[in-house]
Design a protein around this ligand. Sequence first.
Ligand SMILES: *[C@@H]1O[C@H](CO)[C@@H](O)[C@H](O)[C@H]1NC(C)=O
Ligand SMILES: *[C@@H]1O[C@H](CO)[C@@H](O)[C@H](O)[C@H]1NC(C)=O
Ligand SMILES: *[C@@H]1O[C@H](CO)[C@@H](O)[C@H](O)[C@H]1NC(C)=O
Ligand SMILES: *[C@@H]1O[C@H](CO)[C@@H](O)[C@H](O)[C@H]1NC(C)=O
Ligand SMILES: *[C@@H]1O[C@H](CO)[C@@H](O)[C@H](O)[C@H]1NC(C)=O
Ligand SMILES: *[C@@H]1O[C@H](CO)[C@@H](O)[C@H](O)[C@H]1NC(C)=O
Ligand SMILES: *[C@@H]1O[C@H](CO)[C@@H](O)[C@H](O)[C@H]1NC(C)=O
Length: 699
Amino acid sequence: MYTIFYALFFLQFLLNISYSSSLDTITPTQSIADGQTLVSSGQSFVLGFFSPGSSNNWYLGIWYKTTPDVLVWVTNRNNPLNDSYGALIIINNGNLLLETGNLIVGDRDSIINSNSEVYAWQSFDHPTDTFLAGMKIGWNFKTGIEQHLTSWKCEDDPSAGNFTFRMVLKGRPQLFISNKLTAAIKFRSGPGNGVRFSGSPNILAFPVFKPYLVSNEDEVYYSFRPNQNAVITRLKVNPSGLTDRLILYNKSTAWSTMYTQPYEPCDYYGYCGANGICRINRDPLCECLQGFNPWSEEEWNVLNYSSGCVRKTPLDCRSGDGFVKLDGVKFPDFLEFWSNKSMRLEECEEVCLRNCSCAAYANFDIEKGSGCMIWFGDLIDVRELRVNDSVEDIYLRLPASEIKSILVAKRKRRLRTILTVSIVTSTICILILVMLWWKFWKAKRKVVKGLQESDKEDVELPLFDLATIASATNNFSPQCMIGAGGFGSVYKGTLITGQEIAVKRLSKNSGQGFTEFRNEVELIAKLQHRNLVSLSGCCIQAQERMLIYEYMPNRSLDHFIFDNNRSRLMGWKKQFDIIMGIARGLLYLHIDSKLHIIHRDLKASNILLDINFNPKISDFGLARIFRDDEKETRTRIVVGTYGYMSPEYAIDGKFSVKSDVFSFGVLLLEIVSGKRNRRFNHPGHHHNLLGHVRQKKTE
Ligand SMILES: *[C@@H]1O[C@H](CO)[C@@H](O)[C@H](O)[C@H]1NC(C)=O
Ligand SMILES: *[C@@H]1O[C@H](CO)[C@@H](O)[C@H](O)[C@H]1NC(C)=O
Ligand SMILES: *[C@@H]1O[C@H](CO)[C@@H](O)[C@H](O)[C@H]1NC(C)=O
Ligand SMILES: *[C@@H]1O[C@H](CO)[C@@H](O)[C@H](O)[C@H]1NC(C)=O
Ligand SMILES: *[C@@H]1O[C@H](CO)[C@@H](O)[C@H](O)[C@H]1NC(C)=O
Ligand SMILES: *[C@@H]1O[C@H](CO)[C@@H](O)[C@H](O)[C@H]1NC(C)=O
Ligand SMILES: *[C@@H]1O[C@H](CO)[C@@H](O)[C@H](O)[C@H]1NC(C)=O
């Protein structure tokens, strides 16, 4: 048995108007019945019969082709079919067409010209629980149609449920989620300003869709249009009265929730009761507005704010009342109000003062800063907006006594500020004096001490003799050599105690003269950190100068990261830990150690790895101590390793802690890419790794 429930004409179902496809069109001689569907020509939407979940009822609806369980529209939500033998047929002349999920009935001409004025009927005028791009929520004064959403009863029953999402025009247009049965308001968007509603998330910050508010003589409505074709969004009122903004990325098949309203307690209508204000970053969230006290201290103390706040002192009414400004709040609901769109703010204040029940005033049009809006009686649903969310200021009326106490408090605060400033200033002066005296005293002491101790070395480091080292390294045999650099060779050795050591033997004609040697010894001896290599001793004998380090069985980082197999063995987790370790070592050198040190030669081969692959920064031959007050300094001789040097150092010799940070950045890219900065090559360009990364970033 076929149930005919729509007397329609020539049916067409399409996304981009196209008459070539018969799949999106029904002619008067055709029909669709259970199992048959119409698909929009853009393949986005499907119209057909469905039976949700465990329900035995059948409905005609529209869903997304990619996600068939997401129904966006249901025709007969309150008149389900009791079997699956429904059919949609067309009688008479005319067209029915679907665009963007919109099912349209009209004559052929109106559809060809896509003239929505003369469509006989369209599904967008009768939304169910889903708000699609191009739909309207609001009022059309010419046709008398009000478009709003009504939730489903439950997940598998599309019949009209408890909650509506609609626009209310009282005062200024606002969106409300309310319970149909009890008329209780769940959420209020606050007034819109043309692009958004004050109490809603700052949608402009999310470029995936563009909301807009239209207000003219014929109609007032809220709508949105897609902004990025790749992202589809819709708004849905749940059976429980929450609205979700859902998004589907680039034809994926899983919808995700972008935001939900109401979301936080302050979103719930009148959460803090009459004359209360909800502040998201305070604990507790609710406070009474200035000049008000909780109606019941006891209830307020158990966080029951429902009875709100009452005035401490009644308004004076005759004279002396004043106003305080509340910045960045959602306007109270327009319950009892008066407005004038052209009045100036000063006139507005006068009007408010003239009427004893006026509680607050503000500009009518916040964006233009014009007009007058006045609230009488209790102020309901005031909340603080998030930072930068809006600039809605309202002026709250207070009795003379309250204004006076505010002034007194202000004066006190100013006095306190002046007092604090003077205390701070004198403290600083005293500190400077003490510091000058201390410097003078220290300088004096140094001179005295210098005279007493003349040239005594103050390095407290074990001194090894040459014979011990020679025997430990098998007389510097080539088999023991584990590395060679500009300054000499590195040998592995084993002391008689069994301790394994690495010996850095400086070549006699190396660039690292006695100065660099002493520099390195003194520096490392004073540094103690798990991410810095630790010095076990040194050896100075005859022409030989050697540094003795703990031995690092896993050699240096370059050994791993530039080798595909080894770096794969190491794994990302380990590489990440190594990066963190280097950063910690560097932080210690720059900031946390007693000496502040710039390493100046940070590179993969100077990062040694212990048995657990903990990184240790080594080679302090070029390191420099800098004073706390030294921001940047300059050197005539530029030393370091090309590829790791910052441009200002390589070119001008300028260096600071930032030079190390630059080298660290290069190292980081090398670790992540497994490519050496300088040996990087690419068929498309001649840049090194840094240039390549910058180019990618720009793209
Ligand atoms: C289904 O509904 C039709 C009328 O709409 C009614 O005549 C029929 O008896 C119903 N069938 C069942 C099984 O309820
Ligand atoms: C809708 O309201 C009715 C009556 O108050 C209630 O029994 C039902 O649980 C509500 N449904 C939902 C989904 O809240
Ligand atoms: C969307 O998917 C198409 C093809 O799958 C792809 O070409 C396009 O780049 C994707 N767009 C975005 C923004 O991800
Ligand atoms: C809060 O106080 C109101 C008014 O006194 C009362 O009706 C309500 O039950 C209280 N709510 C709770 C959760 O105790
Ligand atoms: C609104 O205010 C303006 C300027 O004060 C005044 O001229 C006008 O009559 C007022 N309009 C109404 C409707 O009160
Ligand atoms: C004050 O405003 C209220 C509410 O609009 C109104 O009922 C009352 O008449 C006004 N009183 C005066 C003195 O204007
Ligand atoms: C707020 O806006 C100002 C100016 O538009 C901007 O400088 C500031 O960074 C913004 N703050 C936040 C937290 O977005």
